[in-house]
Design a binder for this molecule. Structure first.
Ligand code: NAP
Length: 480
């Protein structure tokens, strides 16, 4: 096990690797085999309060560390990730299930976020604004918010922390993070990597255990000035409510229900490849996965035929095995949820064009599945599937496609394939989404602001906006 160096069975609190006060632990399993990989501490509120104290005590010195000294630490963190990319990728696949090439890609994009924010922090400028009369200067400056609480999901257990830890550390904030219980090791690895890079004790604290107790302690504590959460809309709403008592800043990266529109003039091959990468990456368990594929009548049958042919070639298996393109789902609850979507679609007239059931590999492996004849009455039209199920809807006119695309409470990512530039602008103006991919099914990149509108969230990660979210703006009026 090359990854044993990063298989941390303790938590990082105030610069010390430690177990839970109760001594209790939680088993972590490999979804591809069902084997227990190891255990992590079952920490709760008391340990979280100590972590917040450590982060709060470390903040003044870290916030005032010379900028280039702090950014040098980020560069070392970037290098530590890239030097250990294979090892960290393997660990990620073992606890999460995704194919190794995807896991290594996730580590690389995580390193990319650290590098981006290390570069961007040098441009975190304030401004001097012209005053309305003589004798006054209007000075606007930026300051780190303070201690930041971070709660992250299992589907991107490394990179979801990267785009929170990166901007926080770059501007001088300190961190108390709680990774998902299903995939804690990739989160704990950030603690080990930050130690390797040389961050001072208490700057980064990472805890595993009860979501309610750790989350509750983070939300209740007035010393935590910002909470950044990636996960389900349901939990996000609860955290927004909890943030009210101490009026924290919040960033919320929540669920999606991405429409994927294919117009008659689309490049068919490109559209099919885009649909596959968007739908089946991470076994359909990404917040930006194509959830509803709307295809215009003129290209519909050709698109479905090609999609079937290409998806049928996908190799399903243990993510560590060569050539595997789809790993297991995270657990059996996720499998059952996909089965419910399929049963609902069948009962309402949908046709299973490919797959449709559990895979012969056992565990939580599921066949890549295509349902045709999908309609707005089916459950997946409104809810996030989070599995390898591609529903294909047929439409006639642009306005119908746009109306159906917007007919959801979510607004994270959307996609469209067309060569008509006028239509592209109309889509830009009319699609109610925080992100739009035109002729591309994979658009996440460190330089761009990732984030949703409507019930998909608040705030942005990546881009210059991703740094802004970790700073307070201060206005000083100077009269001379
Ligand atoms: P989840 O159930 O909301 O869990 C996310 C995190 O919140 C986990 O660490 C979880 O801890 C914790 N949590 C659960 N209940 C909590 C509570 N009451 N108080 C505080 N923390 C709590 O979501 P998930 O199933 O892990 O992830 C899938 C969801 O994330 C999908 O909806 C997906 O769309 C969304 N997502 C969004 C983005 C984005 O950028 N917009 C990116 C990735 C994923 P435990 O693990 O201990 O339960």
């Amino acid at each position: 096990m090359s990854y044993s160096k990063y298989l941390k069975d303790t938590n990082l609190i105030a610069g010390v690797w430690t177990g839970a006060d109760s001594g209790k632990t939680i088993d972590v399993t490999n979804p591809a085999t069902g084997d227990v990989i190891g255990t992590v501490p079952a920490c709760g509120a008391a340990e979280t309060e100590r972590a917040i104290t450590a982060a709060s005590d470390a903040f003044p010195a870290f916030a005032t560390m010379p900028l280039m000294e702090r950014l040098d630490l980020l560069w070392k963190l970037h290098d530590a990730l890239m030097d250990n990319r294979d090892t960290l990728g393997e660990l990620l696949t073992v606890e999460q299930g995704k194919p190794l090439f995807e896991a290594k890609g996730e580590i690389a994009i995580g390193a990319g976020y650290i590098r981006w924010f290390a570069e961007e922090a040098r441009r975190a400028k304030g401004e001097i604004v012209p005053a309305p009369g003589n004798g006054r200067r209007i000075v606007v400056t930026k300051h780190p918010v303070g201690v930041v609480g971070m709660i992250t999901p299992w589907n991107f257990p490394s990179s979801m922390l990267a785009r929170k830890i990166g901007p926080a550390l770059a501007v001088g904030c300190t961190v108390v993070a709680k990774p998902a219980t299903a995939t804690p090791y990739s989160g704990l690895a950030w603690g080990a990597l930050c130690e390797e890079a040389g961050f001072p004790k208490g700057v980064v604290n990472i805890l595993t255990g009860s979501a309610r107790d750790i989350g509750g302690a983070i939300m209740a504590d007035a010393r935590v000035r910002k909470v950044t959460f990636t996960g389900s809309t349901e939990v996000g709403k609860e955290l927004i409510r909890q943030s009210a008592d101490t009026v924290k800043k919040v960033s919320m990266e929540l669920g999606g229900n991405a429409p994927f529109l294919v117009f008659d003039d689309a490049d068919l091959d490109k559209a099919v490849q885009g649909a596959i990468v968007s739908k089946f990456r991470n076994a359909g368990q990404t917040c930006v996965c194509a959830n509803r594929i709307y295809v215009q009548a003129g290209i519909h049958d050709a698109f479905v035929e090609k999609l079937k042919t290409e998806v049928a070639k996908m190799k399903v298996g243990n993510g560590l095995d060569e050539d595997v393109e789809q790993g297991p789902m995270i657990d059996m609850d996720a499998v059952e949820k996909v089965e419910e979507f399929i049963a609902d679609a069948k009962s309402k007239g949908g046709t299973i064009a490919l797959g449709g059931g559990r895979h012969g590999n056992g565990q939580s492996f599921f066949e890549p599945t295509i349902v045709t004849g999908a309609t707005q009455a089916m459950k997946f039209a409104k809810e996030e599937i989070f599995g390898p199920l591609a529903p294909v809807f047929k439409f006639e006119h642009d306005k119908d496609a746009i109306a159906m695309a917007n007919d959801t409470d979510f607004g994270l990512c959307s996609y469209a394939y067309t060569r008509d530039l006028g239509r592209v602008w109309r889509l830009n103006e009319q699609l109610q989404y925080g992100m739009i991919g035109i002729n591309s099914g994979l658009i996440t990149t460190v330089e761009a602001p990732f984030g949703g509108v409507k019930e998909s969230g608040l705030g942005k990660e990546g881009g210059s906006q991703g740094l802004e979210d970790y700073m307070d703006t201060k206005y000083t009026a100077m009269d001379f």
